[in-house]
Design a protein around this ligand. Structure first.
Ligand code: OVM
Length: 404
C-alpha cells in the first residue's frame, strides 16, 4: 500500500448505507457481501472506500503513515468539518503528537499497574453475582451484569466522584454514534449533548478526582513533565469516553456467547482459566467496536485501486474478524481456536490502550459467574441496541441454575 499504480482498477461500487438500522442491528449479511465484492468497495452514499477483508483491514490499521487518524476516525473529515468536541489526543492524533499521551496512558493501564485491581475486582464481581442471584433465577443479564459490573469497577478505578455516574453510558453511546453519519441516532441525543459533555469534562479536572486512581496518575504524569497540564484532562476524558460502553458490550458478547453455547459454559466451569481465551474469542466473534475510519494521506493503492488523497476509508473490524480467508468456520464461537490476531481491539499504533483493563474485567466477572452458575439459557429473544459504531445490546433475558 504505497504509491498509486500506473493503471488503476475501478473498485466495485455500492450504494448501501451501513449505518441504517437494518445493517447496524444485523451486520453479518452486509459484511459478507462487502468481503465478496472485492478487497475495497466504493460506498457512493458517503463517498468513502470500505475495507471488509482481514488482509486489507489489518494492512490499513498498521499503516498509519498512509491512513491517518488526525483527520478523525469517524465519517467527519476534520480537514473540512468542525469536530463535535476537541479531538482526542490519542484516538484522533498521529505521531508525533500522539506519542506522549499514548506512552503515559500505556504505562498507567499496563498489566503490572493493574495487579492491585485484580483482587478488588474479583470481590466486586462475586458480590454483584451474589446479589443478582439472590433476586431469583431470571433476570436481564445485560443490565444486571454487563452494565452493572463495569459501572461498579471502572469509575472507581479512574477515581471520579459518586455523583452523576448515570451520565457515563449515555455519553459513551453518544460519542460512538458521533463516528457515524449525522443520522437519527445522532439527532436523538442532540438536546443533551451539551449537558453530557459538560458533566464529563468536569470529571476530568484534578480536583474532581480521587488521589489513587488512573485520573490522578494522569495528572501526576503532567507534574513529571510527561504531559502538559492542558493535555491531562483530555487524557482523562479518553478513559471516560472509551472505557465504559466498550466493556459493557464486550461483556455482553461473552454472556450472549455462553447463553447460546451451554456446552462451552460447562468447559469454562471445569477450566476457569479459559475465561481469558473466551473473552478474546467473543471479541473476535462479536467485535463490540465494529468500525473506524481513517483518512488517506496520499493517493493510496489498495489491491490495485486508488483511494484518493484526503478521502475517508471505512474499516469493518467485525467483517475482518469473520473473514473465512483468515479464520476457519469464522461464524462459530469456538474456544479451541486461537483468536489472537483479531482486530477487535484494532492493531498497530492505536491498538486499544485499555485492553488489559477490559480483559481483567471479563476475567473477574466470568470467573465469579462460573463458580456460582451451573448453567444458564436465554428465556426470550435478546435485543440489540442500534449504535453507529458499537455492536450494542439492550436486553439479554436469561434463566440461571445456581450451583449447589
Ligand atoms: C478517546 C477514545 C478512544 C477510543 C475510542 C473512543 C469514543 C474514544 O480517546 O476519546 O470512542
Amino acid at each position: 500500500m504505497t504509491e498509486a499504480p500506473v493503471r488503476a482498477a475501478t473498485p466495485p461500487v455500492s450504494d448501501v448505507d451501513p449505518f441504517s438500522d437494518e445493517h447496524l442491528l444485523n451486520p453479518e449479511p452486509l459484511h459478507q457481501a462487502l468481503r465478496e465484492a472485492g478487497p475495497v468497495v466504493y460506498l457512493s452514499h458517503y463517498d468513502v472506500h470500505a475495507l471488509a477483508r482481514y488482509e486489507q483491514v489489518h494492512a490499513a490499521l498498521v499503516d498509519w503513515q498512509h491512513f491517518e487518524s488526525g483527520s478523525g476516525v469517524g465519517l467527519a473529515n476534520f480537514r473540512h468539518e468542525e469536530p463535535w468536541r476537541p479531538p482526542s489526543l490519542l484516538l484522533e492524533a498521529d505521531p508525533p503528537r500522539h506519542d506522549a499521551p499514548r506512552h503515559v496512558l500505556r504505562n498507567i493501564l499496563a498489566p503490572p499497574a493493574l495487579r492491585r485491581l485484580q483482587a478488588a475486582w474479583s470481590a466486586v464481581a462475586e458480590e454483584l453475582v451474589d446479589e443478582v442471584l439472590a433476586h431469583g433465577p431470571e433476570f436481564n443479564a445485560f443490565t444486571a451484569l454487563a452494565e452493572a459490573f463495569p459501572l461498579r469497577a471502572f469509575p472507581d478505578a479512574v477515581g471520579i466522584g459518586p455523583e452523576g455516574r448515570e451520565n457515563l453510558l449515555p455519553y459513551g453511546n453518544m460519542a460512538f454514534n458521533a463516528f457515524g453519519p449525522r443520522n437519527d441516532l445522532v439527532a436523538a441525543d442532540a438536546d443533551r449533548a451539551g449537558d453530557l459533555s459538560a458533566w464529563v469534562n468536569a470529571q476530568c479536572a484534578r480536583e474532581a478526582l480521587t488521589e489513587d486512581g488512573f485520573g490522578a496518575d494522569i495528572w501526576a504524569a503532567a507534574d513529571r513533565g510527561d504531559l502538559t497540564y492542558e493535555q491531562a484532562p483530555l487524557v482523562v476524558r479518553s478513559l471516560l469516553t472509551a472505557g465504559v460502553d466498550t466493556t459493557v458490550h464486550a461483556l455482553s458478547a461473552c454472556l450472549y456467547a455462553f447463553a447460546t453455547h451451554p456446552e462451552k459454559w460447562q468447559r469454562l466451569r471445569e477450566r476457569p482459566e479459559l475465561a481469558r481465551v473466551a473473552f478474546e474469542e467473543a471479541m473476535r466473534w462479536q467485535s463490540p467496536v465494529q468500525t473506524f475510519f481513517r483518512t488517506a494521506t496520499t493517493d493510496v493503492n489498495v489491491a490495485g485501486s486508488v483511494v484518493p488523497e484526503g478521502s475517508k476509508i471505512l474499516m469493518f473490524l467485525g467483517a475482518a474478524n469473520r473473514d473465512p480467508v483468515r479464520w476457519s468456520e469464522p461464524d462459530r464461537f469456538d474456544l479451541t481456536r486461537d483468536p489472537s490476531g483479531h482486530v477487535g481491539f484494532g492493531m498497530g499504533l492505536h491498538q486499544c490502550v485499555g485492553q488489559h483493563v477490559a480483559r481483567l474485567e471479563a476475567e473477574a466477572l466470568l470467573t465469579a459467574l462460573a463458580r456460582r452458575v451451573e448453567s444458564f439459557e436465554l428465556t426470550g429473544t435478546p435485543r440489540r441496541h442500534a449504535n453507529n459504531t458499537l455492536r450494542a445490546w439492550e436486553s439479554l433475558p436469561v434463566r440461571v441454575r445456581p450451583s449447589a
